[in-house]
Design a protein around this ligand. Structure first.
Ligand SMILES: [Fe+2]
Ligand SMILES: [Fe+2]
Length: 174
C-alpha cells in the first residue's frame, strides 16, 4: 500500500514515522559506538551492522530533511509569529541538518579507514545530535506547526500530498 492510499496519513504521521525510525537507528548507533569505544575492535560483524544503520540514514535523512526544509518550515514561516524576517527556530534546525551531514561523513570516513576510535566517536556524536534534534522538533516545532495547520486543512493536505509523493517515489514504507 502506498502512503497516498492511506486516508489517515497526514504530513505529521509521515514526519513522526521518520522520527521513530531515526530514533531507533540512533539508539543502535549509540550502542555500537560505545561497544567499539570500549574494546577498540571493528570486526566484520560490527562493520556490517554499521553499514545497515548508515544505509538507513542515507535513504531516509535526505527525504526527511527535504520534507522539513522545503515543505513544513515554509508553511510554518508563512504564519505569524514566525513571518517576521528575523532569525527563526527553523534556521537553527536547518543548520543542525548540515551538522548531521558532516557527522555522517566523519562516520563514513572512519568506516572506510577501519579506524575504531574515529568510528566510535562519530557514531556516538551522530546518535546524540540526532536524538537532541528530534527532541527539539517533537517538543517545540511540531506541536506549534500542528496547531497552526489544524485551522488550515488546505495547506495541510498540500503538505501531506507533497511528502507522500516524495516517500512513495523513493519506495519508502514510512
Ligand atoms: Fe530536522
Ligand atoms: Fe525531523
Amino acid at each position: 500500500m502506498t502512503i497516498e492510499a492511506s486516508r489517515s496519513t497526514t504530513a505529521f504521521t509521515i514526519l513522526d514515522a521518520a522520527h521513530q525510525v531515526l530514533r531507533e537507528q540512533s539508539t543502535r548507533l549509540d550502542t555500537l559506538g560505545r561497544v567499539i569505544a570500549q574494546d577498540g575492535q571493528l570486526s566484520d560483524a560490527r562493520l556490517a551492522r554499521l553499514c545497515r544503520i548508515v544505509a538507513t540514514f542515507d535513504t531516509l535523512v535526505p527525504i526527511h530533511t527535504a520534507d522539513e526544509e522545503e515543505v513544513l518550515f515554509p508553511a510554518v514561516l508563512s504564519h505569524e509569529p514566525f513571518a517576521t524576517g528575523d532569525t527563526t527556530p527553523m534556521e537553527l534546525l536547518a543548520h543542525e541538518h548540515g551538522y548531521h551531514e558532516r557527522l555522517m561523513l566523519a562516520l563514513k570516513h572512519g568506516i572506510a579507514r577501519g579506524d575504531p576510535a574515529d568510528v566510535a566517536q562519530a557514531a556516538m556524536q551522530l546518535a546524540y545530535q540526532t536524538r537532541e534534534h528530534i527532541d527539539k522538533e517533537d517538543g517545540l516545532l511540531f506541536p506549534f506547526a500542528r496547531a497552526i495547520l489544524a485551522d488550515d486543512s488546505e495547506t495541510l493536505d498540500a503538505l501531506t500530498a507533497t511528502m507522500a509523493a516524495r516517500h512513495d517515489a523513493a519506495g519508502l514504507p514510512y
